[in-house]
Design a protein around this ligand. Structure first.
Ligand code: COA
Length: 157
């Protein structure tokens, strides 16, 4: 069973580990903001204590920290997710996606889950599509994807 550690409960050591992952070239090149300073990172984590529309989790499974998942712009109907795997591990994407989908539809109980990715991020887009996400908009830089709960339920029956 995966363990979701809310960013507001991270130890100092875990905050530093996530900081290293987030600034790792293999992760940062797919993110809008790159090279985050440590004070910004710590301030951001602190700010989550009073944020009601965002949730960030460090994911632990079988004693291993496998990645980070987040939910932003959360409202009663929908939210947006993000993820990055521990850059030192391979093939964690599907596990993280299952956790994201379960959390969004069964804990947050939203009816639609959104995400976006740079068009060049083929790995992420292929992963989202594997889980039933559809591209509903695409501009020069980004693809916007979504998964409806209704479609998910049809698929799992
Ligand atoms: C997106 C992410 C979670 C996907 O994880 P994953 O599907 O388990 O894939 P991995 O990164 O472990 O890659 C495993 C291998 O799959 C292969 N692969 C799988 N699908 C692929 C595809 N559609 N196109 C190209 N390569 C693919 C690659 O060869 C890769 O090996 P390599 O990196 O040594 O070339 C992970 O790559 C990640 O954290 N990326 C950085 C952050 C990110 O992009 N987040 C999404 C932002 S919107």
């Amino acid at each position: 069973m995966p363990n979701l550690i809310n960013f507001t409960k991270l130890t100092r050591e875990q905050k530093m580990m996530v900081f290293d992952w987030r600034n790792d070239e293999r992760v940062a090149k797919f993110m809008r903001s790159k090279n985050i300073a440590l004070n910004e990172h710590l301030k951001f984590i602190d700010s989550l204590k009073s944020a009601s529309d965002k949730l960030y989790f460090l994911v632990e499974e079988n004693g291993e920290f496998i990645g980070v998942i987040d939910f932003i712009n959360i409202n009663d109907n929908e939210c947006e997710f993000g993820l990055y795997a521990n850059p030192n591990l391979k093939n964690q994407g599907s596990k993280l996606m299952r956790i994201i989908i379960d959390y969004a539809f069964y804990e947050l109980k939203v009816s639609r889950l959104n995400s976006c990715a740079y068009n060049f991020n083929e790995k992420a887009i292929a992963l989202y599509e594997k889980f039933g996400f559809e591209i509903y908009d695409k501009d020069e830089q980004m693809s916007h994807l979504r998964l409806e709960r209704a479609n998910l339920e049809v698929k799992t029956i």
